[in-house]
Design a protein around this ligand. Structure first.
Ligand SMILES: NC(=O)c1ccc[n+]([C@@H]2O[C@H](COP(=O)([O-])OP(=O)(O)OC[C@H]3O[C@@H](n4cnc5c(N)ncnc54)[C@H](O)[C@@H]3O)[C@@H](O)[C@H]2O)c1
Length: 350
């Protein structure tokens, strides 16, 4: 008998394949109630979107992964390429379409769509190109998944997180920018490299704008639970302020360097965003520096602005923001970034 695939591609027409293949066992108990189905959508299947997708797949976090892009051939190619790894990965249904209905009932929507940063281009220059895209993307996501959490990755991430918040009408705890989670991981790597220790043993935060005016919280740096600066001072070990300042400069410049060398950044942001997705969807209540509505913190009073602050993430999105003690100079830097961002936002008419 000729066997044809049915349109769903999961069974064979005219043949009860499961009944023929599997024999029932005796005294089987009824199935236990199904666990909640976790669905993640990724909008934009470029370098960043695909790095996030592949990291998520290795983490066994989602039951379903939906991909959306404006380029149908590239999108289908990426979907097939990921599906072909099924034999090596935890089971995840992978679907893709240029139509947003494919994202219906997502728990988390990760937006990476956008114009790519060209070598030497500042993140702020990307703004106008990306706002126009968001005016199409965000309302479509909201219509398909009204209860989802939005995670914005496209740059300039702080302003686009604000734009997504405004366009979505969601409460601010459900709109999060990946922010300085990546900058902080670069910071931790560079400090760990300098001290020759494991980056996972280094606690260090970069807050504020993802990019040029980010603020390094020097007093937050600890290694194995030991605050580094006060340790050096107590032991009267020469204070390597210049080294630390140079490490922060390297954090700011290293994205430009990677883009100069390979054309884009992808692997680190892939791990960074997958890590945020895990904290949210598995209700980990971990603290990450991410872009949140920062108005009211550290006397930021110039209007509604998103900047990265250490925030506790769980199943409801942003659960709390840590009111971390910072120096007057650091607070002033934050307020100055907020003002610059506000000035740009006011020109957007969102
Ligand atoms: N926040 C961070 O830490 C961080 C880090 C790296 C990159 N980024 C940003 O992520 C974004 C993506 O970077 P990339 O290197 O993947 O770029 P890319 O050009 O490789 O991918 C962008 C994708 O978006 C798609 N796209 C464009 N318009 C669309 C639309 N209307 N709907 C759906 N898809 C659309 C494109 O077809 C493309 O596949 C950029 O804005 C970049 O600056 C952010």
């Amino acid at each position: 008998m000729a066997m044809k695939k049915d349109p769903s591609g999961t069974s064979l027409a005219g043949l009860d394949i499961a009944g023929a293949f599997f024999a029932p066992i005796q005294q089987s108990a009824p199935a236990s109630p199904p666990k909640p189905h976790i669905k993640i959508s990724i909008i934009g299947t470029g370098n960043v979107g695909m790095a996030i997708a592949q990291t998520l797949l290795t983490q066994d976090l989602a039951d379903e992964l939906a991909l959306v892009d404006a380029l149908p051939d590239k999108l289908r190619g990426e979907m097939l390429d990921l599906q072909h790894a099924a034999a090596f990965l935890p089971r995840t249904k992978i679907v893709a379409s240029t139509d947003y209905s494919v994202t219906a009932m997502s728990d988390l929507c990760i937006v990476t769509a956008g114009a790519r940063q060209i070598p030497g281009e500042s993140r702020l220059n990307l703004l106008h190109r990306n706002v126009a895209l968001f005016k199409k993307i965000i309302p479509s996501l909201v219509e398909s998944s009204p209860d989802a959490i939005l995670m914005i990755v496209s740059n300039p991430v702080d302003i686009l997180t604000y734009v997504a918040w405004k366009l979505s009408g969601f409460p601010s705890n459900r709109v999060i920018g990946s922010g300085t989670n990546l900058d902080s991981s670069r910071f931790r790597f560079l400090i760990a490299d300098h001290l020759d220790v494991n980056a996972q043993d280094v606690q260090a935060y970069i807050i504020g704008e993802h990019g040029d005016s980010s603020v390094a919280l020097w007093s937050s740096i600890s290694v194995g639970g030991v605050p580094i600066l006060s340790f050096l001072e107590r032991r009267q070990i020469a204070y390597e302020k210049e080294t630390l300042v140079n490490i922060h400069k390297e954090v700011v410049n290293c994205a430009y360097e990677v883009i100069q060398l390979k054309g884009y950044t992808s692997w680190a942001v892939g791990y960074s965003v997958a890590n945020l997705a895990w904290s949210i969807l598995r209700d980990q209540r971990r603290i990450h520096p991410v872009s949140v509505l920062a108005t009211g913190f550290h006397e930021i009073d110039c209007g509604e602005v998103f900047l990265s602050l250490p925030a506790q993430l769980g199943r409801s999105g942003v659960m709390t923001v840590i009111n971390v003690p910072i120096s007057d100079e650091e607070a002033e830097q934050l307020r100055s970034s907020a003002k610059t961002i506000m000035e740009l936002q006011e020109q957007l008419g969102v």
